[in-house]
Design a protein around this ligand. Structure first.
Ligand SMILES: Cc1ncc(COP(=O)(O)O)c(C=O)c1O
Length: 355
């Protein structure tokens, strides 16, 4: 989830913004790359910077084709639209961004029926998917697509175990189904594990990656896959209103982010871990392994507590509410090591639940 419906507008004087890794602003060097980008009309396929970005991302992820789109939401929705027919069953984990935070897009745009599988930790195993796949029988929606999310945002930036992802890919394909990855933060899994992007992407037919989270570009995502699927997605991108003209200005920011901000994600991971480890409060706990850049703090035992978020904001620390009694913080490109210390101090000096 990006933004903060619970917080409203960010306070202007906030010292530390950890609501999301989407709050970053372009650096001067990124802006320079954007200002000097070569551009053309991308709806005519004439924008050289967009073409370069698409080629680079397809190559890094080991896929034949790529499409630049305005957002991760559009990228995911194009993947669904291009690989399903109305009435199909799509299977995904219950906390998946595609299900939780994309405005009901799968129903509205693709007319598909979602089957959401609850897990304790966001990590689907093949048997959990197999158990919900509809049989070939006229009473049921025919399955066509399975979606995974790596890293898993709502599960606290968890990295999916690659051997299980490979297994899921084999089983899904053996049944003639397709596999999509919401890889908004696949970069983080790559940097944290050292596994190449191509290897992480290999089990999937389509992968969506985002440049506006973590990597610090202002706008844009890319959907990669085979030529035929991406050609379909191109058509639907136009229909969804995502065909943009001299958009190389934005694509240049993404190219800059990919070439300069990828490895520094490790700093965000280190800061997230420091934040979780610095927590020293009887009523606060981080109940997930901090694999990457996301920290979800639970208020104990009062589920439903809302005072922590307000307390943090009063201390100049912006976070987001992530369900009852739960707050999410994401160290990002805008933060310094000192900001992490301020966030830890603000968490630890909370006077406790008001429930
Ligand atoms: C896992 C995940 N997928 C998709 C998206 C959607 O991206 P966008 O906000 O660019 O539409 C987000 C946004 O934060 C996300 O966290």
């Amino acid at each position: 989830m990006s933004g903060s419906p619970q917080n409203g507008d960010a306070r202007r004087d906030a010292r530390v913004d950890m609501r999301s890794d989407t709050v970053t602003k372009p650096t001067p060097a990124m802006l320079e790359a954007m200002l000097t980008a070569e551009v053309g009309d991308d709806v005519f396929g004439d924008d050289p910077t967009v073409k370069l970005l698409q080629e680079e991302v397809a190559a890094r992820l080991g896929k034949a084709a790529a499409l630049y789109v305005p957002s991760g939401t559009m990228s995911n929705q194009l993947a669904l639209k291009s690989q399903t027919s109305p009435g199909d069953q799509v299977v995904l984990e219950d906390g998946a961004h595609i299900y939780r935070y994309e405005g009901g897009g799968p129903g509205m745009l693709s007319g598909v029926q979602l089957t959401c599988v609850p897990t304790a930790d966001g990590l689907l195993a093949w048997e959990m998917i197999e158990a919900v796949l509809n049989p070939d029988n006229v009473h049921y929606a025919p399955p066509s697509l399975v979606c995974l999310e790596n890293t898993h945002n709502r599960a606290g930036g968890r990295i999916l175990p690659q051997d299980e992802v490979v297994r899921i890919g084999e089983q899904v394909h053996a049944r003639g189904l397709r596999l999509h990855l919401d890889g908004a933060r696949l970069w983080h899994a790559h940097v944290a594990t050292g596994t190449s992007l191509a290897e992480l992407a290999a089990p999937f037919d389509t992968v969506s990656v985002c440049f506006s989270k973590g990597l610090g570009a202002p706008v844009g995502s890319v959907l990669v896959g085979d030529e035929e699927t991406i050609a379909k997605a191109l058509r639907y991108r136009k229909i969804f209103g995502g065909g943009m003209r001299q958009v190389g200005i934005l694509a240049a920011g993404c190219r800059y982010a990919l070439n300069h901000h990828l490895q520094r994600l490790q700093e965000d991971h280190d800061r997230a871990r420091a934040l979780a480890e610095g927590l020293d409060h009887p009523q606060l706990a981080v109940n997930h392994p901090v694999d990457t850049n996301i920290v979800i703090v639970d208020v104990l035992p009062a589920a439903g507590d809302t005072s922590l978020l307000a307390h943090l904001e009063a201390q100049g620390i912006l976070a987001v509410g992530f369900g009852p009694g739960r707050v999410r913080l994401i160290p990002n490109l805008e933060n310094s090591p000192a900001d992490v210390k301020l966030a830890i101090a603000a968490l630890n000096n909370w006077t406790g639940s008001n429930q």
